[in-house]
Write a protein that binds this ligand. Structure first.
Ligand code: AMP
Ligand code: GLY
Length: 426
């Protein structure tokens, strides 16, 4: 099997490592990839959302399976273009990818499927949105209705903050949705993410994780793409995950299938564990980053076989197996991230970190210079991950790994998993 993996983050490096273990793999290409994926196959200089060039490459190189990492190419129709070219793609069509691309689409699907979620309303003019917020009061959540790369959501603690968000989002059409917004009830509880493979009708659990989105320790400062993840979150084990899959994911898949736009790929459901049970916050149509790194470290079976089964509607036969271990991912970013990161600093110590039992380091924004020195080249640069029998042991191993990395530009949170461990023992 010749596989084209799309993306260049730590998530894609982790997927590449899992694919490379498959006896079915005969060729791995990653577009555009990073030095981590280059060590496992061939990097191809095509950016991740250039659908036309990706498909042209896949045809020319007789690719059997395209594996998309990020959402942008899916929303832009990568799976549809692959289908038209007769190439399997382990990701949803643009129509099904609207689950991530459009907040109001997701809410409509939830309502049709009877999925518990925050009460909501959609607005296309700022005056009605402001009037609604004044009536409802704070806290309240304002979302730009379009693909906004995680930046289009404001959890407003006051009416003034909500009004400022409305002014910002509804006049700035670059945030998507032609200035529309979804305003919804603020859910309270522990936030967790659930991942499953879907083959159009069936869904098989991958596992659950908890992201650490803020840049600062103690969950402070600006939001990032994710500074660390643990899996599973304490108190949200396999049985609770299965129940959440049945309650919050399978009904949405049934609605999509009924509408003639079945979902094939990885679904990532963001949930709030409220006192009334789990409620859906959002769907993403892909693996999370860094959640994928933590989840895939526990994969015991063949990822490529599972993705092929997913494309063929045979997921139940795929024999997907994950270990019962706990895992953790600690992200190292360039100083300045999520603003302008420092770049160019030399990175050493990855091998030393990986010499620790259970530790694996995935690369994201890295480059190899002409002398073969690895350097940081962007925001999130490495994820140092570990698996062990307990979260506490996985955490100790990962931070021991971090201590062996030498990189003067690197910043990281020292408290990934700390709150969860507190909960687990309290
Ligand atoms: P999203 O872009 O939909 O992933 O939202 C980003 C983040 O905003 C989520 O991960 C939550 O932390 C928060 N959020 C979104 N919707 C709600 C809600 N209804 N109640 C509380 N927090 C929310
Ligand atoms: N870590 C969150 C995401 O990948 O969207």
């Amino acid at each position: 099997m010749r596989v084209l993996l799309v993306g260049s983050g730590g998530r894609e490096h982790a997927v590449a490592v899992a694919l490379a273990r498959s006896p079915l793999l005969t060729g791995l290409f990653t577009a555009p990839g990073n030095p981590g994926t280059a060590s496992l196959g061939t990097n191809v200089a095509i950016v991740a959302d250039d659908v036309a060039h990706l498909v042209a490459f896949a045809r020319a190189e007789r690719i059997d399976l395209v594996v998309p990492g990020p959402e942008a190419p899916l929303v832009a129709g990568l799976a549809d273009a692959c289908a038209a070219a007769g190439i399997a793609c382990a990701g949803p069509s643009a129509a099904a990818a609207r689950l991530e691309g459009s907040k109001s689409f997701t809410k409509e699907i939830c309502d049709e499927a009877g999925i518990p979620t925050a009460r909501w309303e959609r607005f296309t003019d700022a005056a009605s949105a402001r009037a609604f917020v004044r009536r409802r009061g704070a806290p309240i959540v304002i979302k730009a209705d379009g693909l906004a790369a995680g930046k289009g959501v404001v959890v407003a603690q006051s009416v003034a903050e909500a009004e400022a968000a409305i002014a910002d989002m509804m006049q700035d059409t670059s945030r998507g949705g032609a200035g529309a917004s979804v305003i919804e009830e603020c859910l309270e509880g522990e936030e967790v993410s659930l991942f499953a493979f879907c083959d159009g009708t069936d869904a098989v659990l991958i596992g659950a994780a908890q992201d650490h989105k803020r840049i600062g320790e103690g969950d402070t400062g600006p939001n990032t793409g994710g500074m660390g993840a643990i899996s599973p979150p304490p108190g949200f084990g396999p049985e609770a995950q299965e129940r959440a899959l049945e309650l919050l994911v399978r009904p949405a898949l049934a609605v999509l299938a009924r509408r003639g736009t079945p979902f094939r790929g990885v679904i990532f459901a963001g949930l709030m564990l409220t006192t009334q049970g789990p409620k859906l916050i959002e769907y993403n149509v892909r693996f999370g980053d860094p959640e994928a790194q933590a989840l895939l470290l526990r994969l015991e079976s063949d990822l490529l076989a599972a993705l092929l089964a997913l494309c063929g509607g045979r997921l139940a036969e795929s024999g997907l197996r994950f270990s019962a271990q706990a895992s953790i991912a600690v992200v190292l970013a360039g100083r300045g991230y999520p603003g302008q990161p420092a770049t160019g600093g030399a990175i050493t110590g990855i091998e030393a970190a990986e010499a620790i039992a259970g530790v694996r380091v995935f690369q994201a924004a890295t480059v190899l210079d002409a002398a073969g020195v690895l350097r940081g080249s962007g925001g999130r640069v490495l994820s140092v991950c570990a698996t062990a029998d307990t979260l506490a042991d996985a955490r100790d191993a990962a931070y021991a790994g971090v201590a062996r990395i030498e990189w003067s530009d690197g910043i990281w949170r020292r408290d990934i998993g700390v709150r969860a461990l507190g909960r687990a023992t309290s």
